[in-house]
Design a protein around this ligand. Sequence first.
Ligand code: 5GP
Length: 356
Amino acid sequence: MRILDDIKLDYQDVLLRPKRSTLKSRKDVILERTFTFYHSPKIWTGIPIMTANMATCGTFEMARILSEYKMVTTFHKYYSIKDYEKFFKTFDNPDYICYTSGIREQDIKQIKLMKKKGMLKKFSFICLDVPNGYLQNFLEVIKDIRKMCPEHIIMAGNVVTNEITEEIILAGADIVKIGIGPGSACTTRRMTGVGYPQLSAVIECADSAHGVANERGVGRITADGGQQYPSDIAKAFCGGADFNLFGSMFSGFEQSGGETIIKDGKKYKEYFGSSSNKAMTDYYGKKAEYRASEGRYALIPHKGDIHDFIHELMGSLRSTATYIGARQLKEFPKRATFVKVNRQLTSYLEKYDMGV
Ligand code: 5GP
C-alpha cells in the first residue's frame, strides 16, 4: 500500500488570477483552434468543445446545431447502422461528428460493417469508449482500429494518469479522454472508491500527451466530465486540455436526448449516466448481474432552446480570455495562473447529494 501525499485538485479548488490585458473587446477573442495530430493526417479547425457520448446529448439533433458552431457531437453508442443511413441522407459535415464504439465483439462487428458500407468516411472522429481504459485489451483494440482507420482522428479513454495517456497515444489514439469519476451522472467514486481529482488529471495528462510528438503533431487530450459551470471549461483549457467534452451541461435542452416529462405542472428532461440502470435496461434489455450500476438517473428542469446556452458558453470563454489577457483559446495555458482556494463545503454537497 502506498499513499500519494501530494494534494490533487478539482475545478472548485482553484480560481484564475486576473492579468494585464491588451484586448479591447471580448469579440476580438478567437475561440477556434487548428490542430494537427500524432497519427491522423487530418488538420482540424473548430471550437474544441464536444458533447459526451451519452444518450442525453450525443444525438443527431444536437449535431445539426453544434456543427453550425464548429463544435463536435460525439454520438452515443446506441444508434444502429439504419439510424445512421437515415441521418446521412440530410447531414454531411464530417469534421464535427464523432462515431462512438465500445470494444465488445458486437461493437467491433458494427464498426467493421460501417467501414465496409463506406459510412465511417462520414465521420472525422472515432471515439473508443470504455469506463476503464487501463485494460490491456483496450490497447490491442486501439491498435486494430488504427490499422483499420489510418485517416481518422481517434479518441480513446477513459484514464486519469500520465503513463497510460502516453501508452494510449502510442497504441494509436490521437486524443485521450481524461476523467474517471468526475461526471455528474457518475457514481464510480462512491461505488468503487476509484478516481482522481479532475483538474490535476487534466494538467498531468495534458503534459504527458503533449510530450509525445512527431513531425506531424503532438498527442492531445480531452477533459471529460465534471465541468459544472462554464468556468470549469475555461479552467480545463487553462490546465492544458486541447478539447473539453461534457454531458450534463449539454443535457436538458429541447434538442437534447431523454424524454420530456411534466410533473406538478413543471417541465423536466431525463438525464442519466451511460452505466445507470436506466441506460442498461433501455439499450441492452437488462443490467448484467455481475455489474453494479455506476450511473445516476435524474430529472432536470427543462432548459429550453440550446442556442442561448451556446452563446453564453462562448461569451464566458471570451470573458475569461479578457480577464487573463489571452487573445485566443490557444493562449489559455500560457496565460493561466491558478490560485488555490478553500473548497466550499456547499458546492461539494451540491455535487454529491443533489445530483445534477
Ligand atoms: P458531466 O459532463 O455530465 O459531468 O460528465 C459526463 C461524463 O461522465 C461522460 O462523458 C462520461 O465520461 C461520464 N459518464 C457518463 N455516464 C456515466 C455513468 O453512468 N457512469 C460513469 N462512471 N461515468 C459516466
